[in-house]
Design a protein around this ligand. Structure first.
Ligand code: MG
Length: 280
């Protein structure tokens, strides 16, 4: 008897629940669906008169599939080193095959003062660059003799690579400095031997047809995720113990890596060719 009563009250409860669910579903159906337009054709024009605010006819951005992490190459990047070969690189002096030493997943500046700079076979203008480096774990020298290398945009505009971990050297020669001009905003260096990252936005200088400079080279840098330059200009192509200037018309060029006779390592290098005016 008791069992039957329980069974009946249980069934009644299930019925009540079912009815409540059905009513909720009905309510949800009755709620009018809000319409979200994909854009507008009657809004005011933005400055320049090309596009309206929220313009429905304005081209949507190209889809790029990002890497699994921010360090991985996105789908539209050119991989300049995938850990296995230097096919994208040649020797700067004579264009012969790159002779830097390849290790497990990295390559490094050859020891013993041999070899020269590396440069990419391709030439670039405006770019986004991701590059990882490690200065030698064994500290041998001091100041500019510790893990010195460098990344040269257009083959000329240096972003300094150095072991700047507890290493006193001139401020405009530290890791992440615009060599000979601007020190990084902060020193975000990791200890010798540890892998470090640069994420860079570089804008090439622009000239008019008569060779007048229209726009200086500019750079934004994250060193190990820490901003060290924000839209910083260059005085011109980098040099040692001299003030740079824009005496050479050059809007594109290879990416160059410096051989400063310190066995600094590089890995995971990818670059994206950019048009920063694409949405103008
Ligand atoms: Mg250097």
């Amino acid at each position: 008897m008791r069992f039957n009563r329980l069974l009946i009250s249980g069934s009644l409860l299930s019925l009540a629940l079912l009815t409540a669910h059905a009513e909720d579903a009905k309510k949800a159906k009755a709620k009018p669906k809000k319409v979200y337009p994909t854009g507008y054709t009657d809004t005011p024009y933005l400055p320049g008169g090309k596009w309206r605010v929220h313009d429905d006819t304005r081209p949507r951005p190209e889809v790029v599939t990002p890497g699994k992490t921010a360090a991985d190459a996105p789908s539209d990047a050119i991989v300049l080193f995938d850990g296995t070969n230097l096919d994208e690189w040649i020797m700067e002096e004579d264009g012969s095959p790159a002779d830097w030493t390849i290790g497990e997943g990295y390559f490094e500046v050859p020891e013993g003062g041999v070899g020269g700079y590396l440069r990419t076979k391709r030439e670039f203008g405006d770019v986004q660059l991701h590059i990882e480096f490690a200065t030698p774990s064994e500290v041998e020298n001091e100041s500019q003799g510790r893990g010195n290398s460098g990344i040269f945009f257009l083959g000329s505009y240096e972003l300094q690579v150095l072991d700047s971990y507890e290493n006193k050297s001139y401020a405009d020669g530290q890791a992440s400095a615009i060599y000979g001009y601007k020190p990084p905003l902060v020193n975000a260096s990791r200890p010798p031997g540890e892998w470090q990252t640069y994420d860079v936005i570089f804008e090439a200088p622009k000239w008019d047809a008569e060779g007048n400079l229209l726009k200086k080279a500019r750079i934004t840098v994250f060193h190990n995720g820490v901003v060290t330059h924000h839209y910083q200009d260059y005085l011109g192509p980098s040099g040692h113990k001299k003030v740079a200037n824009y005496d050479t018309v050059q809007e594109t060029g290879p990416l160059k890596l410096q051989n400063h006779n310190n066995p600094t390592r590089y890995r995971n290098i990818w670059i994206r060719e950019m048009d920063y005016t694409a949405n103008d």
